[in-house]
Design a protein around this ligand. Structure first.
Ligand code: GLV
Ligand code: GLV
Length: 325
């Protein structure tokens, strides 16, 4: 019997071709609807490998549903949706998709920064709504980007790729990270700074931080108060690093100027969420790595990792190295 691989979303057949020859592969039927929990639990009982989305909760119940599971290949660089401790205890490999999405996610981060600063979405809606009746000097005037200071919180590979773009735009660069990044300091003149100093000095506070126990609720009311009143907050990492109520109040009270958000505490965010009512919020549906090329590369990397582990080899990218023997 061939090992059974279950994929929690419908993916284009051609992207998973390298697996179908060796394994019995089944996909959930829908592109846009998540697999129901009961179905996923049933599938996990039989599966040797799961390819999961960041929206799937891969908890202890799921990881212990069956005895065959050897790898969970998550279609994301982040893996906060996975109970890593249980996976590691059970010897289950957890893989993610770093590197292939770095530049694409940095592009989106910068696009969101620029759209928020220059009010691109508001301006486009204004024209289409037929509101443009005369040119005027301060019509939809926004904030400059060049010559301003960007503060990057979470200086991983994506953070460095954002820093490279910021340098090209003539920005000064501050960053905060668990470890110093000497390459970025030399190459882009990025300056290491404490979190407090960064949030108080930056014109653009950009969060790319992964969700961990230390980063959950990192951006509180107190932090927004420390920011400049002209500051623009951009989040392309994970929603729960932000206290959204505090962000809302900071925007309404003028503690900060605007926010560009690709991620939210609860995704999908409800259309009647108070943050979405604000004109100075640009909201996107978690599309950081969503270019066709990159999503295909991410799927292929998941398949490569599944292939490797089910053939007894090392996966190309792994989160819990402890399971490698
Ligand atoms: C997306 O958010 C990812 O983690 O890849
Ligand atoms: C994290 O791994 C990143 O690429 O920023």
């Amino acid at each position: 019997m061939k090992p059974y691989v279950y994929i929690t979303r419908k993916l284009p057949e051609e992207t998973i071709a390298e697996m179908t020859a060796h394994f019995d592969v089944k996909m959930w039927d829908h592109e846009d609807i998540p697999v129901p929990r009961e179905v996923l639990l049933e599938e996990a009982k039989k599966a040797s490998a799961l390819i999961t989305m960041l929206s799937d909760k891969v908890d202890a119940e799921l990881l212990t549903a069956g005895d065959n599971l050897k790898i969970v290949a998550n279609l994301a660089v982040g893996y906060d949706n996975i109970d890593l401790e249980t996976a590691t205890k059970r010897g289950i490999h957890v893989s993610n998709t770093p590197d292939v999405l770095t530049e694409t996610t940095a592009d989106l981060t910068f696009a969101l920064l620029m759209a928020t600063a220059r009010r691109v979405v508001e301006a486009a809606e204004y024209v289409k709504a037929g509101k443009w009746e005369s040119w005027s000097p301060y019509l939809l005037a926004g904030h400059d980007i060049y010559s301003k200071t960007i503060g990057i919180v979470g200086m991983g590979k994506i953070g460095e790729a954002v820093a490279r773009r910021a340098k090209g735009f003539g920005m000064d660069i501050l960053y905060h990270n668990r470890s110093r990044k000497m390459d970025a300091e030399m190459e882009f003149g990025a300056e290491y700074s404490s979190f407090e100093e960064l949030v108080s000095k930056a014109d653009y506070v950009v969060s790319l931080a992964p969700l961990t126990a230390e980063t959950r609720n990192l951006f509180t009311a107190d932090v927004f108060t420390k920011m400049k009143k002209s500051a623009i907050f951009i989040n392309v990492g994970r929603g729960p690093v932000v206290d959204e109520q505090a962000l809302y109040e900071a925007l309404v009270d003028g503690e900060i100027a605007a926010a560009g958000l690709d991620v939210f505490v609860k995704e999908p965010i409800s259309a009647d969420h108070q943050l979405l009512k604000l004109p100075n919020v640009v909201a996107l549906p978690h599309i950081g790595s969503a270019s066709t090329e990159t999503r295909t590369a991410m799927i292929k990397l998941c398949c490569t990792n599944v292939n490797a582990v089910l053939s007894g080899d090392r996966p190309k990218t792994i989160v819990n190295k402890e399971v490698l023997r």
